[in-house]
Write a protein that binds this ligand. Structure first.
Ligand SMILES: [Zn+2]
Length: 230
């Protein structure tokens, strides 16, 4: 078995740093009320090697520490860790192998996003912030069983049809989000739950007015390329 000692000091230093980042970001899932008990997971891919750092399987959030984070290769094989990696590891690995710009993946069962997933519906794009963040509706992905890379395959397949969305609602399961690092993927998970909640409320009040794609594209372009500090 390959161990961390087979990697360069540079890689081992990045592993140490990413373990801290990933461990701390799990607290954000609790803070934003996106997970209960041991559900959900965050991972980040390394830049210095084809490795990723992910949450251990079945460990409660209050017991997570940088040292308890698990290091796997991009086929999901264990490289370093005291615990078994998350049961979604093979799916995270699949996403990293197929999406070269993605360095962070997050999965939750956040309530409103998962309600849309349970009913197999895209969240329609009825808010300017959805144009900004998702470039259209938040898409629903196919039903897939847990435990293999099948979920990752379903996420990647769905993102091909919705290339601007950082989130996929896996049918009957919940959201998987991506980003340029784990923090961006956590942000996408929080934003997904926010718009899922608001659009659920909107639907109770009446018909949702969907924003025309032409305007969504303008919103998305401004937000992604002009807005904020550059
Ligand atoms: Zn799940």
């Amino acid at each position: 078995m390959t161990t961390l000692n087979d990697y360069s000091p540079e890689v081992r230093a990045e592993v140490k740093q990413v373990r801290e980042v990933v461990s701390n970001l799990h607290e954000q899932l609790i803070k934003w009320n996106l997970v209960v008990w041991t559900a959900g997971n965050v991972s980040q891919r390394l830049h210095s090697a084809d490795l990723m750092v992910i949450k251990p399987s079945g460990v409660r959030y209050e017991y997570l520490t940088p040292a308890s984070m698990v290091v796997c290769d991009l086929d999901g094989n264990l490289v370093d860790g005291q615990e078994a990696p998350s049961s979604d590891t093979a799916s995270h690995a699949y996403i990293y192998r197929h999406c070269p710009d993605v360095y962070g993946v997050v999965h939750t069962h956040s309530t409103y996003a998962t309600a849309w997933a349970a009913t197999g519906q895209n969240i329609p794009c009825g808010l300017t912030m959805m144009g900004d963040e998702f470039g259209g509706p938040v898409p629903v992905g196919p039903f897939r069983l847990i435990g293999s890379e099948a979920i990752g395959e379903g996420v990647v397949e769905t993102l091909k049809k919705y290339p601007k969305s950082p989130a996929v609602l896996m049918q009957n399961h919940g959201p998987f989000t991506i980003g340029k690092d784990a923090e961006s993927a956590v942000k996408a998970a929080a934003m997904t739950e926010e718009v899922a909640h608001t659009m659920w409320a909107a639907r109770q009040l009446g018909d949702i007015i969907e924003i025309p794609q032409e305007d969504i594209d303008k919103l998305n372009d401004r937000y992604q390329n002009v807005y904020g500090q550059h």
